[in-house]
Each structure stands twice: as structure tokens, then as C-alpha cells.
Design a protein around this ligand. Structure first.
Ligand SMILES: [Zn+2]
Ligand SMILES: [Zn+2]
Length: 286
């Protein structure tokens, strides 16, 4: 038995009650919206907000910018991307970034917050619901994101990460009523959560490996489609600071295309880019 699996029995000893209630509530509302409140307007608004929250907020913001610093951009745009990230209900930037840096430092080892070596359920959602996993240790988390912890705005957003989503929810209620809220908040958030969690579960279990990294990371095209390019996860573990994850023309990476456009208009610069034939950890500025 490897060191990760040894402790799996005690991982389920405690349930995070508030998180569980919120997740059950969101899944119930999402199911109701999907089966009873469909309209093309609801779908279009939800798809747009899915791109804003998961594409801009998580992929471009929390992940490639705030965690790995793969490119540079003005402070106001950093803050904008962080607010977009909070719309996923995946927590504030300090929690998200610290958890993800711990994941890279201990990938698929004992201290990885969400390795499928425990089991696929744990990697997908179990680590969120159960136990006093290290992600609940705020003091330890802040040590992994000192760059963000010294910024008052990021500290505020990490404490009140649910505020932008709530404000957006009331705005949608005013213009479109409950059916629009149920689609563009509840259903859209649930789809975004599972898409992101697939990075932790699926792309550490299934798919192909271009690079012989020490972890179990893999590339999966359909996860990349759902997550704006994050599914090229083996490429990413081999070259963590690269702002480009899809490394060939057939590895579709929507966030990389977006970054190229933003670089062309001068909004981002010093973009770090890995190439498919580089050894792991060799990223070059482009
Ligand atoms: Zn990973
Ligand atoms: Zn990463």
C-alpha cells in the first residue's frame, strides 16, 4: 500500500457541513433548472458567464496568472480576473492558489490535497466535502500564497469570495427572474465545478502522457474543451509556468488563443511559453 492510500480510512472522519449543504442545494437547483426551466436566453447567458468564470476567472486568472505567473498584466486586470474566478464558487484567490501550489509541490504524494491515488471520488469531490484535509488549514495555506496574502484586495476577496456571485445573482433576478438565476448561477456553477474537478480526477487517471513527469498527470482533449485548455494537464505539470498548455496545433487551448489576442493589444506581456519538444521545466519567454 502506498503512502497516500494508507491514510484514506481517516480521510472520511469529518464532514464539512456548510460546504455539503451548499453543494446539495446547488445541485438540486441545477437539476430543476435543467429539466423545467430551459430557454435559449437562459442557455446563452449561462454559456457566456461560464466562459467569464471558468475561462477568464479560473483558467486565465487563478491558474495561469495568480498561481503560476505565466504572464504579466496591469493590476486592474489581475483584480478583474480574480473577481471572475470567484464567480465559480471555488473559493477566493488565496485559498485556490495555495491549494494548487501544494498540489504541484506534492503531486500524487501524501500531501497532495486531491490525488486519485486515494481514489477517483476523493480526487473529484471527496476532498472538498470530507475531513480536515490540509486545504482547511488557513495558516498553512497563506504560507503558500504570500504574494497574494500581502494584497488587501486579495485578502478581502478571499474572505468574501461569495459576494460577487451573490451580487450577480440579484442582478440576474432583477432582469430575468428565478429561471435565469437557476440557470446562470446554480446550473452554471455546478457545471463549472465538475469541469474543474475533472482536472483533479480525470486528468490524473485517464488520457495520454507526452512528458514522463513524476506525477500521474495526463492530457485529455474533452476536458480541455470543457475547461478552455486546462485538460492538457500533463503538458502543464511538465511546464507549470507556461501560459500555453496545448502545445501543438491540434491541442485546442482557448485560453492560449485569448492570451495571444490580449498580447496583441498590449494588455498582457512577458508571456511564458513551453514547446512540445522541450524537457520538463524548460519554459521560454516569447
Ligand atoms: Zn495536477
Ligand atoms: Zn497548475
Amino acid at each position: 500500500m502506498d503512502s497516500v492510500a494508507q491514510h484514506s480510512a481517516s480521510r472520511y472522519s469529518k464532514v464539512s457541513v456548510i460546504t455539503s449543504i451548499v453543494l446539495i442545494w446547488f445541485h438540486a437547483m441545477a437539476a430543476y433548472a435543467l429539466f423545467f426551466q430551459f430557454s435559449w436566453t437562459n442557455l446563452a447567458v449561462s454559456a457566456f458567464l461560464y466562459w467569464v468564470a471558468v475561462g477568464l476567472g479560473i483558467s486565465m486568472g487563478y491558474h495561469r496568472l495568480h498561481t503560476h505567473r505565466g504572464f504579466k498584466t496591469p493590476k486592474w486586470f489581475e483584480y478583474f480576473l480574480a473577481v471572475c474566478g470567484s464567480l465559480t464558487l471555488e473559493g477566493g484567490p488565496i485559498f485556490w492558489v495555495a491549494t494548487h501550489r501544494v498540489h504541484h509541490q506534492h503531486s500524487d504524494q501524501e500531501l497532495d490535497p486531491h490525488s486519485p491515488r486515494v481514489n477517483g471520488f476523493w480526487a473529484h469531490i471527496g476532498w472538498i466535502i470530507f475531513g480536515e484535509a490540509s486545504h482547511n488549514d488557513t495558516g498553512r495555506m497563506a504560507r503558500y500564497a504570500p504574494d497574494l496574502a500581502k494584497d488587501p484586495f486579495y485578502r478581502w476577496l478571499s474572505t468574501y469570495h461569495w459576494v460577487p456571485l451573490t451580487v450577480l445573482g440579484f442582478a440576474l433576478l432583477a432582469v430575468g427572474g428565478w429561471p435565469l438565476v437557476n440557470w446562470a448561477i446554480f446550473l452554471r456553477v455546478v457545471v463549472g465545478l465538475h469541469a474543474t474537478w475533472l482536472i483533479n480526477s480525470a486528468t490524473h487517471m485517464w488520457g495520454s502522457r507526452r512528458f514522463a513527469t513524476k506525477d500521474d498527470s495526463r492530457n485529455i482533449w474533452w476536458v480541455a474543451l470543457l475547461t478552455f485548455g486546462e485538460g492538457w494537464h500533463n503538458n502543464h505539470h511538465a511546464h507549470p509556468t507556461s501560459a500555453r498548455h496545448g502545445l501543438t496545433w491540434f491541442e485546442f487551448d482557448m485560453t492560449w488563443i485569448s492570451l495571444k489576442l490580449l498580447r496583441a493589444i498590449g494588455l498582457v506581456w512577458d508571456v511564458r511559453v513551453a514547446k512540445a519538444n522541450l524537457k520538463p521545466a524548460e519554459s521560454v519567454a516569447a
